[in-house]
Design a protein around this ligand. Structure first.
Ligand code: TNX
Length: 508
């Protein structure tokens, strides 16, 4: 009897006598393993950290831009204006950004009673650690961060989102709002579709009618959604994105999808006659005139001016749905145009149709087809081409979720959250091994979209699914589903009107 009591006491005492955890007000609200995209390694444990108005942000001068972003995010979340300093005052609770051995975009995040430390060999890695920390902060006080450690790095170098400014112009303010959202999921590229049959959305000084005519009021699907980016707008967007470790990838679509350019410059047609402006959603009817030299002066001028505006390494030259161009003409065009991108110091990126041309072997193909076999793509890959995966039936954010979705199209099918999540970009197409895949991108075409609300409803939550495929080493639907359900209130708190998919148990 006595013995049993002693054993009972021995078991109970450590519980009773253990020091009260820092989060005595209750367990940490956010589990360390709730981050989207799922980190490579999560080791929960140890005391939690309580962020207060006294917390300082410590960063070397080289990491100051990331520290400022963190301070901004903490202010938005908690209202605290944390000081950013080079060295922590003794005993001050701190969030420290420090050099580390994890290179590139990877980082290590450690949470203990005295603070949070994010280490990385690069500022992009520190920024990714900051994005993780933002998700670990509860939505409401007390601002307790669970104890433990996260070790993280991306599976793919390219994780992309996409906006179509041609079918409907989206303003710089809307594009910035989208950048803010996508970068929280460690998406690091934003592809802007800047020209199409219905409109031309980027200033080109040597061909000024492109925007004067092609960007005027009344351009765009249904004649609503005119506008264009001036070069100043574009440079400002590039800077804004870069501060969030997002690279802007510009696209000018050719030799098809050029009606707006031909309305502005009739010499770009074979007969020299301007076609009527188009505000419908048909595709595949326009083509540059492959045999005319003016075509290549135009293309080279546009590529040169885009390259000057673009610090990133990629220029997207479109190449999709050129149904009004013969196959021989298409290949002849790409054989001249793909090398022009290299002439201006950039790597050519185009829709997967470009793989018909041998010059695509040094280019990047964006795979948008719905099949898991594509011998032309596989042959180009065998010859050296790289691929970014955007299968329309899985990754297109403009596809409806189900037949009742009020926005979007359905030509590639319906894409519920699980459909967007449950596929492997590294093994999707026969003959395209993971080593040839640079990453994933989630296109969002704008035929049916008008406002930022429309963009957000179609992008979220599916963009989070595609981001996880691009970042995380493995996928687990049940885990993703749980983490996504818990994330919902964060979107709500920021005023993001996401699609409340019935596949998810939404918190809040
Ligand atoms: C196909 S996908 C297109 C676009 C449309 C989109 C709508 C691709 C490379 N071309 O022109 O906007 O479908 O989903």
């Amino acid at each position: 009897m006595r013995k049993r009591l002693a054993v009972l006491l021995a078991c109970a005492l450590p519980l009773v006598l253990a020091p009260a955890p820092a989060d005595a007000a209750g367990p940490p609200a956010v589990a360390l393993n709730s981050v989207i995209p799922a980190p490579v390694e999560v080791r929960p444990g140890g005391p939690a950290f309580r962020l207060t108005a006294r917390t300082v942000i410590v960063a070397p001068p080289s990491a100051r831009p990331v520290a400022d972003r963190l301070a901004e995010a903490v202010r938005a979340a908690t209202g605290y204006r944390l000081a950013v300093v080079k060295h922590a005052p003794r005993h001050a609770p701190a969030i420290t950004l420090a050099p580390g051995r994890t290179g590139g975009e990877g980082y290590r995040l450690s949470v203990g009673r005295k603070g949070v430390t994010i280490r990385s060999g690069g500022n992009s890695g520190l920024f990714n650690g900051v994005q993780t920390l933002r998700q670990l902060l509860p939505l409401e006080a007390p601002w307790t961060v669970a104890g433990g450690e996260i070790l993280d790095r991306p599976r793919f170098a390219y994780r992309g989102a996409f906006l179509d400014l041609a079918r409907h112009f989206h303003t710089p303010a809307e594009i910035k709002q989208y950048i803010d959202e996508i970068s929280q999921f460690k998406v690091n590229h934003l592809h802007l579709h800047l020209s199409d049959d219905q409109g031309w959305r980027i200033q080109i000084d040597s061909w000024p009618r492109l925007t004067a005519v092609g960007g005027a009021a009344g351009t765009g699907v249904d004649g609503v959604g005119g506008g264009f980016l001036t070069k100043a707008d574009y440079r400002d967007l590039v800077r804004y994105a870069a501060a969030r470790y997002v690279t802007i990838v510009p696209e000018i679509d050719m030799p098809g999808h050029v009606n707006a350019a031909q309305v502005a410059y009739p010499e770009l047609t074979c007969d020299g006659v301007a076609p009527p402006p188009r505000t419908d959603t048909a595709v595949g009817y326009s083509s540059l005139c492959i045999g005319k030299e003016v075509t290549y002066r135009f293309v080279e001028d546009v590529i040169r001016e885009l390259a000057e505006l673009t610090p990133g390494p990629l220029i997207h030259i479109g190449g999709d749905e050129a149904h009004a161009t013969s196959e021989a003409d298409y290949i002849a065009f790409q054989q001249r145009v793909l090398p022009l991108v290299g002439k201006y110091g950039k790597t050519a990126y185009g829709w997967n149709e470009i793989t018909q041309a041998p010059a695509s072997h040094t280019a990047i193909a964006q795979y948008w087809n719905t099949s898991t076999t594509d011998p032309t793509l596989a042959a180009a890959v065998a010859a050296g081409a790289k691929v970014i995966m955007s299968p329309a039936n899985l990754a297109y954010l403009d596809m409806k979720y189900d037949p009742s979705t009020r926005l979007g199209l359905s030509w590639a099918g319906y894409i519920e959250v699980r459909t967007a999540y449950d596929w492997d970009p590294g093994a999707h197409v026969t003959g395209v091994p993971e080593s040839a895949v640079l990453g994933v991108e989630a296109p969002l075409w704008s035929e049916t979209l008008r406002s930022i609300e429309d963009i957000e409803f179609m992008a979220f939550p599916r963009l989070a699914a595609i981001a996880e495929l691009g970042w995380s080493p493995s996928r687990d639907w049940e885990s993703f589903r749980t983490r996504l359900g818990a994330y919902g209130p964060r979107w709500t708190a920021r005023g993001v009107g996401f699609y409340p998919s019935p596949q998810i148990d939404w918190a809040g």
